[in-house]
Design a protein around this ligand. Structure first.
Ligand SMILES: C[C@@]1(CC(=O)O)C2=NC(=C\c3[nH]c(c(CCC(=O)O)c3CC(=O)O)Cc3[nH]c(c(CC(=O)O)c3CCC(=O)O)/C=C3\N/C(=C\2)[C@@H](CCC(=O)O)[C@]3(C)CC(=O)O)/[C@H]1CCC(=O)O
Ligand SMILES: NC(=O)c1ccc[n+]([C@@H]2O[C@H](COP(=O)([O-])OP(=O)(O)OC[C@H]3O[C@@H](n4cnc5c(N)ncnc54)[C@H](O)[C@@H]3O)[C@@H](O)[C@H]2O)c1
Length: 214
């Protein structure tokens, strides 16, 4: 049975991947900064670019081709973004990316998008992303801001510690127990209330129990 489709969210690993961004105005600039943070190998194509994008190009942080988009530009890229002020450009890019099977985001043109961008907030390794399936970007932004207020320093600390344990402790029931306890009220809750010593006592007990079993 086919039902009405809903969005499928993912967190992409873009380190070292070739990404094409067409347009180099203010919207493209904000996309570019996020893509560079994610480690993408970024090529931009636009006749006019912002000062910041020009500077990044002169520092070789990205490649900037100062000309209009041409069919053939998309080849060899893992993802393509278009953010120009000309719908015809977006349509031409969409034709090319569809033919090549490359996923496209067209700023403000949901009908041409293979994926849309959620409103994103970050704290350490924690990412909050809110999407409204294209219905209300301003609501996505407002909700993201509200949700971010609930992410505290203790969450970042617990996330990092969990990452450390997952890297260094062998998989198994003991490790799962420790990782679950890390996020429950005993530890995460105590950290939120500033009771660091109690939290550490629980962690030590769990590690000791784990050590005795292995
Ligand atoms: C979340 C965010 C991410 C980002 O862009 O980085 C994003 N838009 C943001 C803000 C924003 N955009 C607009 C307003 C003015 C209020 C309004 O018009 O509603 C505000 C609010 C503001 O600026 O405060 C205008 C707008 N946007 C789209 C249309 C076209 C249409 O809906 O048809 C129009 C009307 C244009 C017009 O009529 O002129 C379309 C899209 N915008 C999307 C993402 C995708 C759907 C996301 C979702 O599912 O929620 C989608 C489908 C495609 C895409 O671009 O990927 C970013 C928040 C950044 C932050 O967190 O700060
Ligand atoms: N999603 C959002 O949050 C959001 C918010 C505001 C605007 N937008 C949309 O994003 C788009 C870009 O907005 P902006 O403010 O950055 O525009 P802008 O006018 O600042 O920049 C447009 C860019 O497109 C380039 N361009 C024009 N024709 C081109 C071509 N043939 N080939 C390659 N590049 C070309 C220009 O050189 C320039 O770099 C608009 O469609 C706007 O509606 C999205």
């Amino acid at each position: 049975m086919v039902s009405a489709s809903i969005d499928y969210p993912v967190c992409l690993q873009l380190r070292g991947k070739r990404v094409l961004l067409i347009g180099a105005g203010l919207i493209a600039e904000s996309r570019a900064l996020q893509l560079l943070e994610a480690g993408a190998r970024l090529r931009m194509v636009a006749p006019e670019a912002t000062d910041t994008l020009r500077r990044l190009a002169s520092e070789q942080r990205l490649e900037l081709l100062e000309r209009a988009y041409r069919p053939g530009d998309a080849a060899g890229h893992a993802l393509v973004f278009v953010a120009t002020d000309d719908r015809q450009v977006s349509q031409a890019v969409a034709e090319e990316t569809r033919a090549l099977g490359i996923l496209l985001n067209a700023a403000d043109e949901p009908d041409l998008c293979d994926f849309t961008l959620p409103s994103v907030g970050r704290r350490g390794p924690i990412t909050v992303a809110v999407s409204t399936q294209g219905m209300a970007p301003a609501l996505a932004r407002g909700l993201r801001r509200q949700l971010m207020e609930h992410i505290g320093r203790h969450h970042v600390w617990v996330a990092r510690l969990s990452g450390h344990f997952r890297e260094h402790l062998p998989r198994g029931a003991g490790r799962s127990r420790l990782l679950k306890r890390l996020v429950d009220d005993d530890i995460c809750g105590r950290l939120a209330r500033g009771q660091r010593r109690h939290a550490w006592t629980c962690i030590r007990e769990e590690l000791k129990a784990l050590g005795e079993k292995t």
